[in-house]
Design a protein around this ligand. Structure first.
Ligand code: GLN
Length: 454
């Protein structure tokens, strides 16, 4: 994998940082265990992995795709990082991402976009485009992403790989640089459903260092993926989300989705239509809640504590140093979100915007609850289009935001959802993803359907 990275990553730009020495020494430690007859630490011991640059790892530079964190070296490991290391997983390095995970293409990275290995002129999705591109380019067999509004599933969809957003609280956020704390969720990226399940069981579980971590065992997703691989979905009821089809969906995506429904029926599932009327309001609600939380979370980048600091020569107050540093260190999309969020949280506007969005969030959660009274899982296309061209939406934030139309409801409700490859579009030959959504902590049925379908 290190050779492959050396050969292709100048072009793909999936990695922001590769630590060859550290990776090789972690791999040697696993070899030594095996040679000495010791039980490997986990089924994934010795398997290489690409870590999204939003998780900290002691001593490894972490930028979150931002200039403002350049030069910062974290003094500790995220819980996810620690669990990976303890499981003997070989961390190859840190992957490229939209700045602070804000975006759907990695074009918002301060270090240049990643490219989609299927077509190098196209985006690999975002914000975790680096992680998914590394899988599709065979630079790593496993990767970690984070999904606040779709950043694991949408990159998975457009790169023909698997991406899972676990139940909120299922994977610790300790050491995950916060974007929108009530939505952020780390999760596995892989090339197969079983690989994702194996990784899910390594990184999941309760963590006293994260106050929103669920105090329950990790759902048995590996057994579910193995069960699904037998290809029998009889007795399973699957709901197509009525609101996630029609206008705005590429014909090639719709055709692949229709084909996927036929495949699921062929596996014995009963497929029905289910309406979730408030899903239409998920996108606007998300674009108030996420920027609001981001404006608060990003206040910590103040030139005093981390990374970049400019203006010491010219400024005559601490505030000015902060302002100059934030002006130089943050990119346009991050500044846009901070402004929207600060506005939405201002007294006088709070009820009209943030409060209203929170009410919509509750209605979306209720739509899910109602739907899951009659079906086991819900399905939709993961994203309305295949990978778009680099630059195509860069100047149009609204067009960029639409990439997450189908993925955002699960973040707002805190429920699990995943994207599994659903073949290639007959329009452009690019990968299409099938999204499978389940109730909170019901990951096993989601993995079962995805593994049967795969
Ligand atoms: N694309 C969405 C956004 O820009 C979601 C990002 C994410 O899931 N981190 O906010």
């Amino acid at each position: 994998h290190l050779d492959r990275i050396a050969a292709v990553d100048k072009t793909v730009n999936a990695f922001l940082y590769v630590d060859t020495e550290r990776a090789l020494s972690a791999a040697r430690a696993v070899d030594e265990d095996v040679a000495a007859g010791r039980e490997p630490a986990s089924p994934l011991a010795g398997v290489p992995l690409a870590l999204k640059d939003v998780f900290v790892m002691e001593g490894a530079p972490t930028t979150c795709g931002s200039k403002i964190l350049e030069g910062w070296s974290p003094p500790y490991d995220a819980t996810v990082t620690r669990k990976l290391l303890e499981a003997g997983v070989v961390i190859l390095g840190k992957t490229n991402m939209d700045e602070f995970a804000m975006g759907s293409s990695t074009e918002n990275s301060a270090f240049g976009p990643s490219r989609n290995p299927w077509d190098l002129d196209r985006i690999p999705g975002g914000s975790g485009g680096g992680s998914s591109a590394s899988l599709a380019a065979f630079e790593a067999p496993l990767a970690i992403g984070t999904d606040t509004g779709g950043s694991i599933r949408q990159p998975g969809s457009v790169t023909g790989t698997v991406g899972v957003k676990p139940t909120y609280g299922g994977v610790s956020r300790y050491g995950l640089v916060a974007f929108s704390s009530s939505l952020d969720q780390g999760g596995p990226c892989a090339r197969t459903v079983l690989d994702a399940a194996l990784l899910h069981e390594v990184i999941g579980g309760h963590d006293p260092l994260d106050s929103t971590s669920i105090d329950a065992p990790v759902p048995p997703v590996v057994a579910a993926a193995r069960d699904g691989a037998r290809g029998d979905l009889s007795g399973m009821r699957i709901g197509i989300v009525t609101e996630f089809q029609g206008d705005g969906y590429q014909a090639g995506v719709t055709a692949a989705f229709v084909q996927a429904v036929e495949t699921l029926k062929g596996l014995g599932a009963e497929v029905v239509e289910v309406s979730c009327p408030h899903f239409d309001y998920a996108l606007p609600a998300y674009y108030l809640i996420a920027p609001s939380e981001a404006s608060s979370n990003l206040a910590r980048f103040d030139a005093m504590r981390y990374g970049l600091r400019t203006g010491d020569d010219s400024a005559n107050s601490a505030e000015q140093v902060m302002a100059l540093t934030r002006e130089a260190g943050f990119g346009a999309e991050v500044k846009r979100r901070i402004m929207i969020g600060t506005y939405a949280l201002s007294s006088g506007y709070y009820d009209a915007y943030y409060g209203q969005a929170q009410k919509v969030r509750t209605l979306i959660t209720q739509d899910f609850e109602k739907a899951f009274e009659s079906v086991d899982v819900l399905i939709s296309p993961t994203t309305p289009t295949t990978a778009f061209r680099i630059g195509e939406r860069a100047d149009d934030p609204m067009a960029m935001y639409l990439a997450d139309l189908c993925t955002i409801p699960a973040n707002l409700a805190g429920t699990p959802a995943m994207s599994v490859p659903a073949g290639l579009s007959d329009e452009d030959g690019l990968p299409v993803g099938l999204q499978v959504m389940a109730p909170a902590l019901a990951e096993p049925r989601m993995y079962k359907v995805a593994a049967a379908f795969e």
